[in-house]
Design a binder for this molecule. Structure first.
Ligand SMILES: [Zn+2]
Length: 362
């Protein structure tokens, strides 16, 4: 795609709302964007699969995955004063939730603006100012003063999803996007962009893009998509937490504008080392920057996919600053480099090369 189209694509995916279990809006956008590039099917979890136009059904299958969901909140109950008691969907740090602007999707499917309520400092004791708030004590204020008003007039009640309210901007001077949910909407956008880059390619493999749901609550969608695709090889796009604003240079393994991150391991997953090295060599060959990362936290869809039948799997991370909060940064150049790498890997893939990643004899 032209650069301007890439920018609009990332912005559209960032602005779409998709908390775990509530990915429908992201899937709708994905289906629209994939039209003409292959057939898209959607299941009851809102997992989407797009089989690339040109697949034969007779060649090894590459699963190109990204998860569709981002951390969000869910209405648990309405308090007597009209405020919303909520639970978290996915991993939030409690201190990052207060004072956030949100959109609550009500039972009619309309968005209602709200804010995570905070006690003004004027009313706080010295002791209270030092305390870390707990999610169970937090509330969302949608401008009402009674339970009846919230439930009957705004149609908000138990089970309504809540999303950060942030409009994505592209800042050309920095070459950066500022917005929400780049974990993992940059990955979702990368599926579309990679298919676009391969649109004229004559491949030796079949490719199925999977937009897997509910990653943030335990890779749940990817366990399903892996079974459906039955891949011989997998590449997972992930918006990975950037460490460049708090780690020293020598330890920084996911840098904004440092190119895609190839994840050797995290707590869920170890990449196939032969495929991982091939990906690193390919990045060198096509002249894009990259980093490799050994992580002591985190988890990725790659785990669920490789656990299905042992397909060699790698994760291509696009660095995202401050993920799992409402406000993130990510670089256009990293999005471009990550998709270029994935397209090059797929364009180069042959049945023999895939088999080589499982070889144990010299
Ligand atoms: Zn993610």
């Amino acid at each position: 795609m032209e650069e301007q189209a890439q920018i609009e694509l990332v912005k559209a995916f960032s602005n779409a709302h998709g908390a775990p279990g509530f990915e429908r809006e992201v899937v709708k956008l994905f289906k629209q964007q994939m039209a003409g590039r292959g057939d898209t099917t959607v299941d009851g979890m809102f997992n989407a699969l797009t089989a690339r136009a040109g697949n034969t059904g007779k060649r090894p299958v590459i699963q190109l995955d990204a998860h569709s969901d981002s951390v969000g909140l869910l209405v648990q109950a309405i308090r007597p004063n009209g405020l919303i008691k909520f639970v978290t969907l996915g991993g939030w740090v409690p201190t990052n939730i207060p004072a956030m602007k949100v959109q609550v999707r009500n039972q009619l499917g309309e968005y209602v603006t709200g804010v995570v309520a905070t006690k003004p400092p004027h009313f706080m004791t010295a002791e209270e100012r030092k305390q870390v708030p707990t999610v169970a004590d937090m509330s969302i204020d949608v401008g009402t003063s009674s339970r009846e008003e919230t439930i009957n007039q705004l149609h908000i009640n138990t089970g309504c999803p809540i999303f950060p309210a942030v409009e994505c901007e592209y800042l050309p001077n920095q070459g950066m996007f500022f917005g929400k949910d780049f974990d993992n909407r940059v990955g979702a956008a990368a599926l579309v962009e990679t298919f676009d880059q391969l649109s004229q390619a004559d491949l030796a493999v079949d490719v199925v893009a999977s937009l897997s749901a509910q990653e943030e609550v335990g890779l749940r969608g990817a366990y399903v998509t892996a079974r459906k695709v039955n891949p011989d090889l997998a590449i997972v796009f992930e918006g990975c937490p950037a460490d460049d604003t708090f780690e020293p240079d020598w330890l920084s393994q996911t840098r904004v504008k440092g190119g895609p991150m190839l994840r050797d391991m995290d707590t869920s997953f170890i990449a196939n080392p032969l495929f991982e090295q091939f990906a690193a060599d390919t990045a060198e060959r096509i002249g894009i920057p990259y980093t490799r990362a050994v992580r002591t936290g985190g988890g990725v869809d790659g785990a669920a996919i490789t656990y299905w039948q042992g397909a060699p799997t790698i994760v291509i991370g696009i660095p995202v600053r401050y993920e799992h909060t409402a406000f993130n940064w990510t670089a256009l150049s990293d999005f471009q480099a990550a998709t270029k790498l994935a397209a090059a890997l797929i364009a180069d893939m042959t049945p023999e090369r895939i088999a080589s990643f499982t070889q144990v004899d010299d």
